[in-house]
Design a protein. Structure first.
Length: 281
């Protein structure tokens, strides 16, 4: 057998339509309990929303599977004012304080999450066999954040999968790698927390920033609020997430969306992935 690794190419941070899967992504994985994720074989995808992800961390104290910063971030205000949304009434003045901000229009947008394998994660044995290679840190995070997982669904052709989503649900499907930023607002060594400016530049890329008295004003348009769902704090970087977002849909509770799959994925025991066993795809 001839073992080879895919060659790495460079990508840029942009929004991608469903027909433009990043060519560095070779395989997509879904970790979970077999009794739940086996429905993927028949094209049934269980979507959740930002509010549910936040509730998991708050209610279950599970930061990893849940995230209080889903669809939002902390902002450190040196000197700020909060106004009523409906008029000009000043509600509160803030000094040197962390503020937790959530983008309300993104709360109920359906989101589906997977692990993206790039050229570093995959060894191709031959046309029908691969080996998944995860780092020790990635394995530890998967076991910690998804403690009940006992199986993995492997999508061997991400482009084909996204084409199927496009055909089944329409052109408003969005998909991309998650971008990781410093959005936690956590102070280190007593210092004012550093918030990654590129986070705001990503969210507000549609409107050039306005210079006002030596400062920059960024405008985040509601029609692009789905972008906040492609952003996560650096805490989650080992999850290597790839997300599918249904930007024009809203769900109050998790919901199954059926996709007519042209190629059925395969399901494997979790240990086969973590041990680097050869998989027939």
């Amino acid at each position: 057998m001839r073992v080879e690794k895919w060659r790495k190419t460079h990508s840029i941070r942009v929004d991608r339509g469903v027909n433009m899967v990043n060519k560095d992504i070779k395989v997509l994985l879904k970790f979970g309990e077999r009794k739940y994720i086996q429905d993927l074989i028949n094209g049934d995808f269980y979507f959740s929303n930002a509010k549910k992800f936040r509730d998991i961390e708050v209610g279950q104290k599970n930061k990893g599977q849940g995230d209080i910063l889903e669809g939002g971030s902390y902002v450190y205000a040196v000197d700020g004012q909060i106004y009523n949304n409906n008029d000009t009434a000043l509600l509160k003045t803030i000094e040197n304080q962390d503020i937790l901000i959530h983008y309300a229009p993104a709360n109920n947008i359906p989101v589906y999450c997977m692990f993206a394998c790039d050229y570093d994660h995959i060894c191709r044995i031959d046309e029908n066999h691969i080996r998944v290679i995860l780092s020790d840190d990635e394995k530890e995070d998967m076991r910690k954040h998804f403690a009940k997982a006992d199986a993995v669904v492997v999508f061997a052709n991400p482009q084909c999968l996204m084409n199927d989503f496009y055909k089944s649900l329409g052109e408003t499907v969005k998909s991309d790698l998650v971008h990781y930023f410093q959005v936690s607002g956590i102070k280190e060594d007593g210092k004012v927390p550093h918030l990654d400016l590129s986070y705001y530049e990503y969210l507000t890329q549609d409107v050039p920033p306005e210079e006002i008295d030596g400062a920059k004003k960024y405008v985040f348009l509601e029609e692009y609020v789905y972008r906040s769902l492609f952003c996560k704090d650096m805490f989650f970087k080992n999850q290597q997430e790839y997300r599918i977002v249904l930007s024009d849909n809203r769900i109050e509770e998790p919901q199954v969306f059926h996709i007519d799959l042209s190629v059925k994925p395969k399901i494997f025991d979790l240990d086969m992935i973590l041990n680097g066993d050869i998989l027939e795809i």
